[in-house]
Every structure is written in structure tokens, then in C-alpha cells.
Write a protein of this length. Structure first.
Length: 251
């Protein structure tokens, strides 16, 4: 019999996490609206236990908390008993804050990203060391994991890996628009961009970014010309500043 994981929330991140976890665990999804839960189940494509908040009992359960941070105060009233382990994906919400609203034996903060729905999330975790192995096992079902020693490190990781898909999406869109501006068909530009990201994702696993850049950049060549323009326009500083701004927001 599969171990059951309870997910509170039925938004995009909850669905991404549920997609991966459903391959390994039985799932209970808790939400406010039965129609939305039915839609969640249909989209997921498997049978799940659907529970409304009013009927929820968290006693001794392992719970993945996937609500908006602002809703934490509202849902505290549905926790009438001590749960086993709380796995929170609430960005910028410290463990001490979680303890104020939810009574649990153990607390883990975690930050997956949207690639969880294709089991390719880069998930960062921290919290009670006694739960480290369990936490890594659970979130390995949705991709790669990294355990860090402090909540500060997790907040920095949130700015990189949690917000990163949006930053990379901006790069993907801009590169595609650049090719279209020069006269390439939109569909062809999209095909090239997707192939570029797919190949780059594999190559970057085994080589430092600076070495990869040097390998592509021939003296006086096309890459050198384009790279110089990126530096001229402050692309590097823009992304460093984006990570800094995202980290500050977690604080």
C-alpha cells in the first residue's frame, strides 16, 4: 500500500507537485471548492481523495502546504490536531511563522519549481534534520533535490531555482523575437529555441558556464558580436539584480 501525502491547495504549484507525487504516493487534495477539486482530479488523470477544508482532519498526516502565504492565517482554523510533518512551499514564510499557525511534530521548508509537473523540478529543502531523508525521498519524486543548512540559503535558492523558470522564459521569448525580427518564421524560431534549451540543459550539467561560452565563441565571430552586445546592454547585471530583488522579496 502506498504512503499517503496530503496536499493543501489546488493551484498551479499544487498540481505540478501532485503530478510527480502521484507516481509514487496516494494523494489527498484539500481545497475550498468541490468543483475545482473535481477539475483537478480530471486534469491529473487518476483517482485521488478530495477533501473540503471543512471536512479536513490533519491528525498525524504528512502535509504539503501549497497555499498562498497570505492565506496562512485563514487556514490555521482547519488544523484542530497536531500533524506529523509539514512540508511548506510558501515562499518567504519562515518556520517560526509556520509554528504560529500550524502545530506539527516536524517542519520542512521546501521550494520546488514549476518543472515538477514533468518530474524535473529543482527543489531546495531545509528544516528538521530528523526528516531530511524522508523529505528528499518525497520531493525526489518530482525531480532533483538540494538540502541546505539554513533558511537564508533556501531563500536565496528560491530566487534562483524557484523564480528562475520565469527568468529563463524571458530569455527564450526574447531570443525567439530576435530571430523573428531578422526574418525567421515564428514557428521555426520557436522550434529552434526549444531545441536550444533542450540541448543546453544537458550540456550545462557537465561544464562550467564560462567554459561553455568560451567553447562557442570564436575570435571575431557571430557569437562574440552578440555576446558583446549583451554585455553592452547590461544583461549580466540585470540577471544578477533580478536574483537579488527576488531574494529581498523573500525577506
Amino acid at each position: 500500500m502506498k504512503h499517503r501525502i496530503t496536499i493543501l491547495g489546488n493551484g498551479n504549484m499544487a498540481f505540478a507537485i501532485a503530478t510527480g507525487l502521484s507516481l509514487v504516493y496516494d494523494l489527498e487534495i484539500v481545497g475550498r471548492n468541490i468543483d475545482k477539486l473535481d477539475s483537478f482530479e480530471k486534469k491529473l488523470g487518476i483517482k485521488i481523495k478530495k477533501t473540503l477544508y471543512d471536512d479536513f482532519n490533519g491528525c498525524d498526516k504528512d502535509i504539503v502546504l501549497c497555499v498562498k502565504p497570505a492565506n496562512l492565517k485563514d487556514i490555521q482554523y482547519f488544523f484542530s490536531a497536531k500533524i506529523n510533518t509539514l512540508y511548506s512551499v510558501l515562499a518567504g514564510t519562515k518556520i517560526e511563522q509556520l509554528k504560529q499557525y500550524i502545530d506539527a511534530k516536524h517542519y520542512i521548508r521546501t521550494m520546488p519549481n514549476l518543472a515538477a509537473n514533468v518530474q524535473k523540478s529543482m527543489t531546495t529543502l531545509t528544516g528538521d534534520l530528523i526528516c531530511k531523508d524522508n523529505a528528499i525521498n518525497i520531493f525526489s519524486a518530482i525531480g532533483y533535490t538540494l538540502w541546505v543548512d539554513s533558511e537564508k540559503e533556501l531563500d536565496i535558492a528560491t530566487a534562483l531555482a524557484g523564480s528562475g523558470p520565469a527568468f529563463l522564459a524571458l530569455i527564450a521569448e526574447a531570443l525567439t523575437d530576435g530571430a523573428v525580427k531578422q526574418g525567421l518564421k515564428r514557428t521555426d524560431a520557436m522550434t529552434l529555441m526549444r531545441g536550444l534549451f533542450l540541448g543546453f540543459g544537458s550540456i550545462i550539467q557537465d561544464i562550467h558556464p564560462a567554459l561553455l561560452k568560451d567553447a562557442v565563441m570564436s575570435p571575431g565571430g557571430t557569437t562574440a558580436a552578440g555576446y558583446a552586445q549583451l554585455e553592452k546592454n547590461g544583461a549580466r547585471d540585470a540577471f544578477i539584480s533580478a536574483v537579488q530583488a527576488a531574494y529581498k522579496k523573500t525577506q
